[in-house]
Every structure is written in structure tokens, then in C-alpha cells.
Design a protein around this ligand. Structure first.
Ligand code: NAD
Length: 247
């Protein structure tokens, strides 16, 4: 695959799960990776591991819902790398409960971290992405197109994110490509407190009968970010083991 060698990739939420796998994949493919995570300890840990393995990575503390944090991140990356080729917009927040019981603050937080953050990131990095003729890969969820009771803000944010991806692709083509991956159940720390029977049911809901691995989502992100996907923009690629295809 003609990957991201010698390019600069920003990965939000790169301190854990899919983001950490994505950071490792980009770095292994030869990119310099900027891990943008609100959890400084997690971000530093992931980047230290990559550097210990001879890869190029640094952490920039960033709450993706905060415009000033994006401005600082853009300044830092411009100063240290002079370019950005890829933005993997992956960080997320979750709040569960039916809409009539969901506190307004929780609604706002989920929408801000899962949806507004991609707008803020593209806005802050736009000059750098355009200069590099780069691309954006946003991480959505099967919740963006299927109603699963208990996650109204998350579903709205992810549905909005896929719409935003189409919009940004139309807006910024042919200079920038903008795509999404749409994971189903993926074995990451966000499932760590889920009861075993719920995990089993979730795995059985997929066609492939199992949870996906973070590395499998990272591989799809790496593909969309690479020149091998040079004629793909505005799409949302399911990485869900068939979860969304099963009745
Ligand atoms: N794991 C799954 O089953 C699954 C399924 C569908 C979609 N997804 C999507 O995949 C993405 C990654 O999920 P994951 O399971 O790897 O999560 P995770 O909990 O393992 O990691 C999320 C990371 O995001 C960081 N983060 C949270 N809020 C942030 C903020 N405001 N600013 C910066 N960083 C922040 C956290 O510190 C953490 O490092 C999310 O967009 C999620 O919606 C995951």
C-alpha cells in the first residue's frame, strides 16, 4: 500500500483504543504522528511506546471540543513539522440514557466532542491540510445510522458527523479528501465495564461473530488516508463485521 510515509498525521483520542492503534499504524507506515488527547498521561504513554520502538510521535494536550486548544495544536504542529497531511478525527464522549432523562450538559458534551470537534479541527488545520493536499478521516459509529435505544446524543452526533463528512468532501474537493470509517463493536477500553452477556450478544449481532480489533479499524483508516484511496472521498466505510447488514 502506498501509505503515509514521511507525512504528518494528527490523531485525536490517540491515547487509547482505536486512536492508539491508528497512531501506531501511521507511525509504523513511516508518518510522524501527533497524538492529540485530553488525557495527557495516556497520550504521553502511547507516544513514549512508539518512540521506544523507533517511530516518530509526540503528544499535544488537546480537548477537541475547545477551539483554543486546536489553535495551540495547529501552532505547535506548524512550528515542529511545518505541515499536516492527515487528520484522523477519532476522540469521542458518551452519555447514555433516553433523551427525556439526559442532562443538557451531557447532550452538549457528546455533540461537541463527537461532532463539533471535527469542524474545529478542520478549521484550525485547514491551511496546513490544503498546503499538503491532505485528507481527513473521521471515526463515526454504526449508531450514526441505526437506532439503538439509550444513546440519543451519540447517535445524533455520529449521524451528523457522516453528513458533515459528505459536506466537507464536496466543499474542499478536489484539494482535500474527506472520509469516515464506521466501526461496529470494537474491543477497546470503552467496553471494559460491560457485562459479559452483553458483550456476547453484541459479538453475535455481527455476521463475523466477534468483536473487531482496534488494529482492524486502524487499517481501514490507513487505507482511506493513503494514496491507494486517491479516488475515494465523501464516503463512510463500515468496519463492523457485518453488524449493520444483519437483521
Ligand atoms: N469501541 C467501539 O466499539 C466503537 C464502536 C463504534 C465507534 N467507535 C468510535 O471509535 C472512536 C474511538 O473509540 P475507542 O473505543 O477507541 O475509545 P477509547 O475510550 O478507547 O479512547 C478514546 C480516547 O479519546 C480521548 N478523548 C476523550 N475525550 C476527548 C477530548 N475531548 N479531546 C481529546 N481526546 C479525548 C480519551 O482520552 C481516549 O484516549 C470513537 O469515535 C468512537 O465513537 C468505537
Amino acid at each position: 500500500m502506498s501509505g503515509v510515509a514521511d507525512r504528518v498525521a494528527v490523531v485525536t483520542g490517540g491515547g487509547s483504543g482505536i486512536g492508539a492503534a491508528c497512531a501506531r499504524r501511521f507511525a509504523a507506515d513511516g508518518a510522524a504522528v501527533v497524538v492529540a488527547d485530553v488525557d495527557a498521561e495516556a497520550g504521553e504513554r502511547v507516544t513514549a511506546e512508539l518512540r521506544a520502538d523507533g517511530m516518530r510521535a509526540c503528544h499535544v494536550a488537546c480537548d477537541v471540543a475547545v477551539a483554543d486548544d486546536w489553535r495551540r495544536l495547529a501552532d505547535t504542529v506548524r512550528a515542529e513539522h511545518g505541515r499536516v497531511d492527515v487528520l484522523a478525527s477519532n476522540a469521542y464522549a458518551m452519555a447514555d440514557g433516553p433523551a427525556h432523562e439526559l442532562p443538557e450538559d451531557d447532550w452538549d458534551r457528546v455533540i461537541d466532542v463527537c461532532l463539533k470537534a471535527t469542524y474545529l479541527g478542520v478549521r484550525a488545520l485547514h491551511p496546513l491540510l490544503v498546503a499538503a493536499r491532505g485528507n481527513v478521516v473521521a471515526v463515526s459509529s454504526v449508531h450514526g445510522s441505526v437506532g439503538v435505544p439509550g444513546f440519543p446524543a451519540y447517535a445524533a452526533a455520529k449521524g451528523g458527523l457522516e453528513s458533515l463528512v459528505r459536506q466537507l468532501a464536496a466543499e474542499y474537493g478536489p484539494t482535500l479528501r474527506v472520509n469516515a470509517v464506521v466501526p461496529g463493536p470494537i474491543d477497546t477500553p470503552q467496553w471494559s465495564r460491560t457485562p459479559a452477556e452483553v458483550m456476547k450478544a453484541e459479538a453475535e449481532r455481527t455476521v463475523l461473530g466477534r468483536f473487531g480489533r482496534a488494529e482492524e479499524v486502524a487499517a481501514a483508516i490507513a487505507f482511506l488516508a493513503s494514496d491507494d484511496a486517491s479516488f475515494i472521498t465523501g464516503t463512510a466505510l463500515p468496519v463492523d463485521g457485518g453488524w449493520s447488514k444483519r437483521w
